[in-house]
Design a protein around this ligand. Structure first.
Ligand code: PEP
Length: 244
């Protein structure tokens, strides 16, 4: 079986002005030939500037969402091709904040992933249960259904990454137990269309818990929100992944 690639991906969400690119530059300067992939996904306004600033470094740049259509009358939206044209190589899709705030269904996410693939972007497709779903014992049913419905035909390790992000762990400082993460990642691996697709864990990953999470079989990296905004914190998470 081909080995999945290790990836540390940072999601800046709706945070970051041009001045904050100093953190991205500091991260790139601090990283000397990491063995894992390193990615920052800033707001769309910073994608082109960050891609220019980090050109030639080990840090790649991605978007946080794209429209399913290639172009057209979609005011305020951004296409996958526009992200690629701005220097992005990845795009996060189906983040729980978009599923909740914008009513995105798994079918919508699959359509966006098709557009991302058509534009040559690697889609990071996010999945995860709510706290109520976990409490009801529905976690595996929920994430496997989201996997089946959000990942389009033609998804391979070359164009797709899956991020397991329990909704209740995002931005809360709470994380599942290592056994709970392991259970979900094992189930996801067994149901991937290509077993070499990288599986990221996301939800309150910090320098202090990264190493134990990366030691779990079938965890190939992390999607990191808050801790990706500071070069020192994200750099420590990248170092933990490199060492895993
Ligand atoms: C996220 O937004 O994808 C995320 C995991 O956030 P945080 O690391 O802040 O929990």
């Amino acid at each position: 079986m081909t080995q999945a690639c290790k990836l540390a991906a940072g999601n800046w969400k709706m945070n970051g002005l041009r001045a904050d690119m100093a953190e991205a530059r500091a991260l790139a300067t601090a990283l000397t030939a990491p063995s894992c992939g390193v990615l920052l996904c800033p707001p769309a306004t910073l994608v082109a500037a960050m891609a220019d600033a980090l050109s030639g470094s080990a840090v790649m740049v991605g978007g946080q969402d794209c429209h399913a259509a290639a172009s057209g009358a979609h005011t305020g939206d951004i296409s996958a091709q526009m992200l690629a044209d701005s220097g992005a190589s990845y795009v996060i899709l189906g983040h729980s904040e978009r599923r909740a705030d914008h009513g995105e269904s798994s079918g919508d996410v699959a359509a966006k992933a098709r557009a991302a693939h058509a534009a040559g972007l690697i889609a990071i497709i996010c999945l995860g249960e709510t706290e109520a779903e976990r409490d009801a014992g529905q976690t595996l049913d929920v994430v496997l259904r989201q996997l089946a419905e959000s990942v389009p035909e033609g998804a391979t390790a070359a164009n797709t990454v899956i991020a397991y992000e329990p909704v209740w762990a995002i931005g809360t400082g709470r994380t599942p137990t290592l056994e709970q993460i392991s259970e979900v990642h094992d189930a996801l691996r067994a149901n991937l269309p290509d077993s070499a697709i990288s599986l990221l864990y996301g939800g309150s990953v910090k320098p202090g818990n990264a190493a134990e999470i990366f030691a779990i079989a079938n965890v190939d990296g992390a999607l990191v929100g808050g801790a990706s905004l500071k070069a020192a914190d994200f750099g420590a998470i990248v170092a933990a992944l490199d060492a895993a």
